[in-house]
Write a protein that binds this ligand. Structure first.
Ligand SMILES: NC(=O)c1ccc[n+]([C@@H]2O[C@H](COP(=O)([O-])OP(=O)(O)OC[C@H]3O[C@@H](n4cnc5c(N)ncnc54)[C@H](O)[C@@H]3O)[C@@H](O)[C@H]2O)c1
Length: 348
């Protein structure tokens, strides 16, 4: 354990270099060999199994914990499958992943699961009282330097962390974008009692397992990504409800236009490029007035119109054209893998 109580290189273990950028960088606190402390995933549902797959693919020892034995068994299988998926697609190193998969364990006992852990990733359902109970228990049983993170999409880490009576300062939100084993984003947000050191250590930990962490200065509903998604989706729904375009055409407009560009660069950098040599200042000067005209015309409602679900569903039936859930998720994941591999190649 480092003197500052941070995540040492030996604590989280080796990760891979497959696909070039997964794993190691100077800030990550990782190195090739050495003793490793386990990572605990509390709640073995959709999100927990996916996190476990990512951590296992990085060669870490993962302990899954849940109160439901059946879910635990299924989650170990799903985590192994997720780790193998990353290997098969060149996004994780086979040797590291086999080590991680071999070390995956499951238990219903929280105290056992978090003993010696370097990192606890809570993934139980969205229920403040439940998350507070688990943070209190994890805080009692985990080593005092372990980071304790919630995956919560909508609850406040400030409200959760006060249940951790001993060390609330090491508690933070680490919100993944679904599916966590594949989409690189993780949004880190402090609660009122979180220390900057905990945020720094968390960022290094997640970078070390191949994520691209962003750090908020404070806890905010929806963090960054879901707020932006909500803003875009409101207008997308509104365009359909106003009869301006079909569900399919709105999806195509996003997918083939800004969405494709956003996979390459964020909106600020793209608009900077859009200003040519004059950059963002030139862009603002030339286009602010027309953008402001659009802003005045955008939807502003804060409750979904009653007819939204039915109208969208009818449009989606046409867009899906008989393709089922499994086919569509496979297509989505295959494209995501292609984008990520292309990005890794570019950065090599
Ligand atoms: N599903 C997503 O797309 C997504 C994306 C980002 C973040 N999240 C967040 O992840 C968290 C989990 O969501 P999910 O969709 O994976 O839920 P889920 O329902 O799939 O899984 C929740 C799991 O928690 C377990 N659980 C319940 N009580 C428990 C207890 N006392 N101790 C241990 N385990 C317990 C359940 O048995 C279940 O396996 C939520 O906070 C959610 O906001 C979800």
């Amino acid at each position: 354990m480092p003197e500052d109580g941070g995540v040492s290189r030996n604590d989280v273990g080796d990760t891979t270099d497959a696909g070039a950028s997964r794993a190691r960088n100077d800030e990550s606190g990782l190195e090739a060999e050495g003793p490793r402390r386990p990572v605990t995933v509390v709640g073995a549902g959709l999100t927990g199994a996916s996190w476990a797959g990512l951590f296992a693919a990085a060669g870490l020892e993962v302990r899954l914990q849940d109160v439901d034995e059946k879910r635990l068994t299924a989650a170990v299988d799903r985590a192994g499958a997720a780790a193998r998926f990353l290997v098969e697609n060149g996004l994780a190193d086979a040797t590291a992943a086999e080590r991680g998969i071999g070390l995956l364990t499951a238990t219903t006992e929280l105290a056992e699961a978090v003993a010696d852990a370097v990192h606890v990733q809570e993934c139980v359902r969205e229920d403040l009282a439940l998350k507070r109970r688990l943070f209190a228990a994890a805080d009692r049983a985990a080593p005092s330097d372990a980071l304790v993170c919630t995956s919560s999409s909508g609850l406040s880490i400030s409200e959760i962390q006060t249940a951790a009576a001993h060390h609330p300062e090491r508690c933070l939100a680490a919100h993944p974008y679904n599916p966590p084993h594949l989409v690189p984003l993780v949004e880190l947000a402090p609660g009122r009692l979180t220390t900057p050191d905990a945020l720094t250590r968390a960022a290094a930990f997640f970078a070390g397992v191949g994520k691209e962490p962003v750090t908020l200065t404070h806890d905010l509903p929806g963090y960054i990504a879901n707020r932006l998604s909500a803003a875009l989706w409101r207008e997308a729904v509104d365009l359909v409800l106003r009869g301006v375009a079909t569900v399919e055409d709105v999806d195509t407009a996003v997918r083939c236009g800004p969405g494709l560009r956003w996979a390459a660069m964020g909106p600020h950098l793209l608009y900077d490029l859009g200003g040519g040599e004059e950059g963002i200042r030139g862009h603002m000067e030339h286009l602010a007035a027309s953008k402001e005209g659009m802003l005045r015309d955008l939807a502003t409602w804060t409750a979904f119109p009653a007819e939204a679900a039915e109208t969208l569903d009818a449009g989606l039936v046409r867009e899906k054209a008989g393709r089922g859930y499994a086919e569509l998720t496979a297509e989505r994941d295959s494209l995501l893998v292609s984008f990520m591999r292309a990005r890794h190649r570019l950065r090599r």
